[in-house]
Design a protein around this ligand. Structure first.
Ligand code: PMT
Length: 402
């Protein structure tokens, strides 16, 4: 699984640092090229020489050491590697990663790299459940960083709870799964829509909705990770474009319609995760509308249904729609699947806690025209994206069996 893969193992200062030795050893046994970066405190828990011997490469600790391999070593290593796994990841390194602090070798590589990052948190359970740690983990997961664990059980401090580092075998299996699915969509082109459109009323006001764009951005990242050349047509969001993805920014449903239709004939897959306004104001005032104390009636005209239009026009493309429902989830989603002629619809009940708008997680069911249904528990939006990628690959005839 790891032949030709260059993996950086980051080791930070916790009692679980000794388990990093097993992570490195397992990766090497599966033919990975392993590099190691330790924080200074990690060297208090396990000797760099141990990890150097296991990885068969020099261990990086200091930012300003004599370069061992390259010039400006942290940057060349950041560009060279295929993945980073920080195991154990202390509360301290999670905080640094969340705020982008680069004050030693490992944190600098973590900021500079565009390779996928995995963290295996390990700390006392009170530290793990502290709102600061939880908020940092949410930020990191939102950025597409993969959190592995932690496990629950006996802790070195004598207590029992969440915060034990995941077992090395599980960490290495997660990496193997990640690399195993990577190239399913190589050579394919995908288009994703994300965010909520804004329909202007006047120069300062618009009709909008609660979509943050997180679902669509996570899908774009998952498609890109799977090797697809990915275009993201995005309504306004605060999110960073996933590395390697081309973003086209739009405001309104009509602009989204134009951008999607312009690319439709070139792509193999379209995923419509955006929340598109069904109506727009009939008139957009040129100047700010002034209050005069009277009631107002707003006339709305229908926007084009972009997905339904794609459903009419599609030739060989795989179309994936979303159904955001507040009642009769499955019936309404099935109806949309048929009406819009899609190959798969992702149904989400946006009233459920942990699902729908704004949340970093979602609770979805995939429905297919042949009656198949796959239900998922509450998982991160990126995980939803990765499950979607597998189904898309299957629909395109790719063998996804591991
Ligand atoms: O962005 P987040 O905060 O992460 O939230 C995610 C989400 C809730 C927005 C997402 O999971 C979701 O459900 N997206 C679809 C929202 C929506 O508009 O659903 P709908 O049931 O109204 O539309 C059905 C499908 O038709 C959707 O794929 C939609 O993109 C598409 N559509 C709708 C109207 C329209 N005029 N044109 C369209 O293409």
């Amino acid at each position: 699984m790891f032949i030709g893969k260059k993996i950086l193992v980051g080791v930070t200062g916790g009692i679980a640092a000794y388990k990093a030795a097993e992570v490195i050893s397992r990766l090497r046994k599966q033919h990975a090229e392993v590099h190691v970066a330790m924080t200074k405190s990690a060297t208090e828990f396990i000797a760099p020489l141990t990890l150097q011997s296991l990885s068969a490469n020099p261990v990086h600790v200091e930012l300003f050491d004599e370069p061992k391999l390259w010039n400006v070593e942290h940057i060349s290593l950041a560009e060279y590697i295929d993945a980073v796994v920080v195991a154990p990841a202390t509360a301290n390194i999670l905080t640094k990663m969340a705020i982008g602090l680069a004050d030693d070798f490992l944190s600098t590589v973590l900021l500079a790299t565009r390779a996928p990052i995995f963290v295996a948190p390990a700390m006392n359970h009170a530290m793990f459940h502290h709102p600061a740690t939880q908020a940092n983990l949410t930020i990191l997961k939102d950025r597409g960083i993969h959190a592995l664990g932690p496990d629950t059980g006996f802790q070195a401090c004598g207590t029992v709870g969440d915060g034990r580092m995941s077992e090395p075998v599980e960490i290495v299996e997660s990496l193997a799964r990640f690399f195993g699915g990577k190239d399913w969509l190589k050579g394919k082109r995908a288009l994703v829509t994300a965010g909520g459109t804004r329909e202007p009323l006047d120069p300062v006001r618009y009709l909008g909705n609660r979509s943050s764009g997180r679902m669509g951005y996570a899908i774009a990242q998952a498609l890109q990770e799977a090797g697809a050349e990915t275009v993201l047509v995005s309504a306004p969001t605060d999110l960073a474009t996933p590395p390697g993805v081309t973003r086209i920014s739009v405001q309104t449903a009509l602009e989204m319609y134009d951008a999607v239709l312009a690319h439709f004939s070139e792509v193999d897959v379209v995923v419509k995760a955006a929340a598109v306004a069904d109506y727009r104001p009939a008139v957009q005032a040129e100047q700010k509308i002034k209050k005069d104390g009277t009631s107002r009636t707003l006339e709305l005209v229908p926007n084009p249904d972009i997905l339904a239009e794609l459903g009419r026009k599609k030739t060989s493309q795989i179309l994936v729609g979303f159904a955001a429902e507040t009642e009769n989830l499955l019936t309404n989603a099935q109806h949309k699947m048929q009406r819009k002629n899609v190959n798969l619809i992702v149904a989400n009940d946006v009233t459920k806690p942990g699902a729908g708008f704004g949340s970093p997680t979602n609770i979805v069911s995939f429905l297919f025209p042949d009656g198949r249904k796959i239900d998922f528990p509450q998982i991160s939006k990126l995980e939803v994206g990765r499950h979607l990628v597998r189904e898309i690959a299957c629909l395109l005839g790719v063998d996804t069996k591991e």
